[in-house]
Design a protein around this ligand. Sequence first.
Ligand code: FE2
Length: 263
Amino acid sequence: MNTNTNTKQKEWVFSDQRLQKLRQQYEIYTPEDFKVWKILFERQMPNLPKAASKAYLEGVEQVKFTADKIANFDELNQVLAKSTGWEVQVVPGLIDDDLFFGLLNNRRFPSSTWLRTMEQLDYFEEPDMFHDAFAHMPLLTNQPYVDFLENLSGIALKHIDNPWAIQLLSRIYWFTIEFGLINEEGELKIYGAGILSSAGETKFSLSNEPIHLAYDVRKILNQEYSKNRFQDKYFVIDSYEQLYESLPEIEAVLEEMLLEKRQ
Ligand SMILES: [Fe+2]
């Protein structure tokens, strides 16, 4: 299921200067880093057996994340190589859209390697590796999920010079990969990483306070989002296959909206 990858993208992304020599230096994590990982892990993991999607929980088992050990990317990559063939790529924090989607389209998940400090436990400006690793990586073991991610990024690369198209596609990414919910046997569960790395939003997103809407490509493409508060709306998928199967519709509605903008 690798429909949108083209060889030109593969050539530049692996030799891109912005990524040269970046790797996780496990030996430089401090006792405070281990403490931060442990506190965040122990605060959030007990909430998840009831709240998180089965695919996420199975992924946690596979990647063997524990409270006492900061995620080790070399070990993680060995697990991912055997499941979906994805890899973690260390990046210097937030990266440009072309690099972000270029990596994803080549089955590399961009991740930072730094952890927030004890003073930043509840508030931090940029996603740190607790978010990138703990919340995102277990789902990289799920084939339809990663196929969706790869091919959504393929669509983004086709429109990488059009900021409006990228803004629209970011809404899809936001309401699925970061803040998506899934219906599993009649119960709402979380698969969005932005929720999985927040104890507060885990509780809130499943409560009766926000609006829960069925997954709807057109609605999402027309839905703005806010970064600095809990979402007031969450979109609920029925399966990860549904995400993958919605890619042609994403592309079609996107084209339609781009055309409207030009008229
Ligand atoms: Fe994220």
